[in-house]
Structure formats: structure tokens, C-alpha cells
Design a protein around this ligand. Structure first.
Ligand SMILES: [Zn+2]
Length: 425
């Protein structure tokens, strides 16, 4: 399909996130949004080709010459920013976990629920029993809901199948959903989510299966770009996680990990593998901050999980930012600990619970999310040459995105040059 040229004009605040710095945003650069007022963006063939003031765009000779072939969208002085890059989601599941929800309200902990047969293991049966086409259909619905909230690029993990056939099915369902949805989906193999019930007490046997059979198949069939591991008490030890990383690296999968969600794990052995991202990071040793800041690895914070689990403690975003660690925000969309697909909700939590400034939350949800997926050359900012991924919010000031929590103020999105949602008022 030939993508039409689109001119978004009369933008009140355009957050370009442009930068001359190389690498993910850190420290003070995290709050530099590169705002242009009274702005316009021209997108041709799914790419951004020019960015500037509306008046200049309308005088541009190319635009004047081709005006009949261009669809002009009047943004009515609203806020336009790069589409969100949600760099951590678990969308391959079939049912909400409502019993866990009630048990937790009644006082049970995450660990107690897992021990009682709830938690991740209770989602496994649903995925194992469900056909690939039904999983695909559900995924496409999820991707569309995400786009309606401003997300144009997302990472999607497997991890509720936990045997070779079910993991392959989940990864293929993500791939099939990604071909239907116009946005961009990065696929992650999370066979190392938890030890499946049939391997209880034999975690080393499951790690061997992951490393010797599952990772080689996933890599050979190019079903995923990343491998991930949940390093935590009750899931995988640091040593087992290293084994998974080594096997994945040997098979040329890029790396990311769940680290420090419920207990501290030292980061040095992970950083040796140069992972794109280490996620959660609620419990991090202060001595690990300097090496983390000196690396290209992004710390992806997912405060939706803290909120939904009812935790008083959140990751210490201020300490990360002040130490020079690059920070991203993501939803961690999953049925057990973070059933939200709203990046604005996550940004609101980042501001109110982790004391990030609204501008910092925006950079963490866009350009640093793109770095966390190794996609910063194409995604995360509004600059000529990048993919035409934009979100238009029915607001006058970007700070309102995190301010009006629990409501969706995204008017429409441009996803790889295609307008999705109602572009008129
Ligand atoms: Zn997760």
C-alpha cells in the first residue's frame, strides 16, 4: 500500500525530542524536549521528511507544488509528540487473574500467591490450551488499544507457554499480530519467565532445555530479536540467568532481563553481556549505579506493577537520574502485576510516585524506550529520516499528559505514516 503524504499543521506544542547527543538520554538531557510551537510535520512514504513552523511549511516549494497529493490534518493547536515506545509488555495471555487480585486485596503477598498456584503459573494453562489464531486475534486487539493510548512501537514477550511448542506458538502469534497492525512490534523470547510446573524442583533441567533446545530453535527460526530472563527468588538465580544470557548471546539474540523487582541482585555479571535494558530495578545496590551509568544499558522502570501490587515502595528514579543512569518507562502490561496498557498512566505514576518531572517522563517513554529496544535510529523522536510515528493529544500543554490520570486524552496517532483514530474534532 502506498502511504499518502501527510501534513500535520497548526500544532500548538510539538515535542520533537531532537538531540545532538549520542546515546540514551541521561541527567539534565532527559528533560530536553525540543519544543516547537505553531509547528508542522510533513510525513511522506511512512517517514518524517520535514519539521518546522506551520507558516514555513505552508510556504515550502515542495509542499506548494504537491499540495493536491498531501492530506493536511489540522491539529487545532493540540500537543503532538513521538508515539510512545512501550519497551516491556507481556501481551500473550488469555484471562485476567481475578482470584489473585482478590487474594492480594485480602492481604496475600506476590510470593504467597505464587506458592498457592497463582501468579505466572496460573496463566500457563490458558496459553497452552488456546490456538495460535485466537491468541493472534487477542494480540491485535491489544495492539489497537495501545495505539489508541498513543503507543506506536511496543515490545512483546512470550513467557506464558513455557514449553517449546507453546512458546513457539506465542512468538508466532505475536509475529502474526504484528503483520496485521501497522505499528512496530519487537519480539522477545521469555521462556525464562518462571520454572514450569512439570519442572518444579528441577530448575537446572529446565535451564538446560532453554539453553540447548528452546533458544536455538527460536534463534534459528528468527522468531524473536531479544531473549529475556526473570532473575528473582522463585524464578531464576543469577547463575541460571547468566547461563540463559550466554546461550542467547551465542545464538545472536539481543539481551534484556527482569532484575531487582522483589530482591537485590548485583548487576556486574549482567552488564558484562551489554544488555539493551535491565527492567524493574526496585532493589539496586548503590555500588552498581556508576557502572550502570557508564554503560549503554537502559534501566526500564515499570511503576504500574508497584501500583497494582499495592507496594509502598517504588524504584528510586531520582537516584538513577542523578547518577547518570539512562531511564525508560514501560507498562509491563501483564495479567498478574500490571494490567494497564496506558503509557500516560505509567507517566503519571512516574511523576507522582517516583518524582520524575513530566518532561523526564516523556523522554523516558519515547526516545529512551527506543534506545531500550535498540531502535533509536528509527523511533522515539520527531526528526527528518525517522519513522512517521506520532501521537496527537487533545491537550494544550504537554504536562497535562501525566496530569489527567486515568483518562485517555490521545486524539489519534500516526503509525508508520498511517493515521489511526479520529483525525477530525
Ligand atoms: Zn515483565
Amino acid at each position: 500500500m502506498k502511504k499518502k503524504a501527510l501534513l500535520l499543521a497548526n500544532i500548538g506544542q510539538l515535542l520533537t525530542l531532537r538531540s545532538t547527543l549520542s546515546g540514551p538520554r541521561r541527567g539534565a538531557s532527559l528533560s530536553e524536549l525540543g519544543i516547537i510551537e505553531d509547528a508542522a510535520v510533513l510525513c511522506v512514504g511512512g517517514k518524517i521528511v520535514s519539521v518546522g513552523k506551520t507558516k514555513e511549511a505552508l510556504r515550502d516549494p515542495w509542499i506548494r507544488k504537491h499540495f493536491k497529493q498531501i492530506t493536511e490534518i489540522d491539529c487545532c493547536r493540540r500537543v503532538v509528540l513521538p508515539g510512545f515506545v512501550d519497551s516491556h509488555t507481556h501481551p500473550v495471555f488469555t484471562h485476567p487473574r481475578l482470584v489473585d487480585f482478590e487474594k492480594r486485596i485480602a492481604g496475600a503477598s506476590y510470593g504467597e500467591i505464587a506458592e498457592a498456584g497463582g501468579g505466572i503459573r496460573s496463566s500457563i494453562e490458558g496459553v497452552r490450551k488456546t490456538s495460535k489464531s485466537v491468541l493472534t486475534e487477542k494480540l491485535v486487539g491489544t495492539f489497537r488499544d495501545m495505539a489508541a493510548h498513543g503507543t506506536t512501537t511496543l515490545e512483546a514477550k512470550s513467557g506464558y507457554g513455557l514449553d517449546l511448542a507453546s512458546e513457539v506458538k506465542g512468538l508466532e502469534a505475536i509475529g502474526a499480530g504484528a503483520r496485521v497492525w501497522p505499528g512496530t512490534v519487537v519480539v522477545t523470547f521469555l521462556g525464562a519467565h518462571t520454572v514450569p510446573p512439570e519442572y518444579l524442583g528441577r530448575s537446572q533441567d529446565y535451564v538446560d532445555l532453554l539453553c540447548r533446545e528452546m533458544i536455538p530453535v527460536v534463534a534459528k527460526r528468527k522468531l524473536a530479536r531479544f531473549a529475556d530472563v526473570f532473575c528473582e527468588k522463585g524464578a531464576f538465580t543469577a547463575q541460571e540467568s547468566e547461563d540463559v544470557f550466554r546461550a542467547a548471546q551465542d545464538h545472536r539474540l539481543a539481551l534484556r532481563a527482569h532484575v531487582g523487582q522483589l530482591s537485590e541482585t548485583r548487576l556486574a555479571p549482567f552488564l558484562l553481556f551489554k544488555p539493551a535494558s535491565l527492567d524493574h530495578m526496585d532493589y539496586v545496590n548503590d555500588a552498581d549505579l556508576a557502572p550502570l551509568a557508564a554503560s549503554e544499558t537502559v534501566a526500564t522502570l515499570v511503576p504500574g506493577a508497584n501500583y497494582f501490587l499495592g507496594l509502598a515502595r517504588y524504584p528510586n528514579a531520582r537516584k538513577f537520574i542523578e547518577s547518570g543512569v539512562s531511564v525508560a518507562l514501560a507498562t509491563d502490561y501483564n495479567p498478574g502485576s500490571s494490567p494497564t496498557l496506558s503509557m500516560p498512566m505509567v507517566m503519571s505514576l512516574a511523576c507522582t510516585q517516583m518524582k520524575m518531572l513530566p518532561a523526564e517522563a516523556i523522554a523516558a517513554a519515547t526516545i529512551n524506550g527506543a534506545w531500550a529496544l535498540q531502535l533509536a535510529d528509527r523511533k522515539g523522536s520527531i526528526e527528518p529520516g525517522k519513522d512517521a510515528d506520532l501521537a496527537v493529544f487533545d491537550l494544550q500543554d504537554y504536562r497535562e499528559i501525566a496530569y489527567w490520570f486515568g483518562v485517555n486524552r490521545c486524539a489519534f496517532t500516526i503509525v508508520n505514516g498511517i493515521a489511526i483514530g479520529s483525525v477530525t474534532n
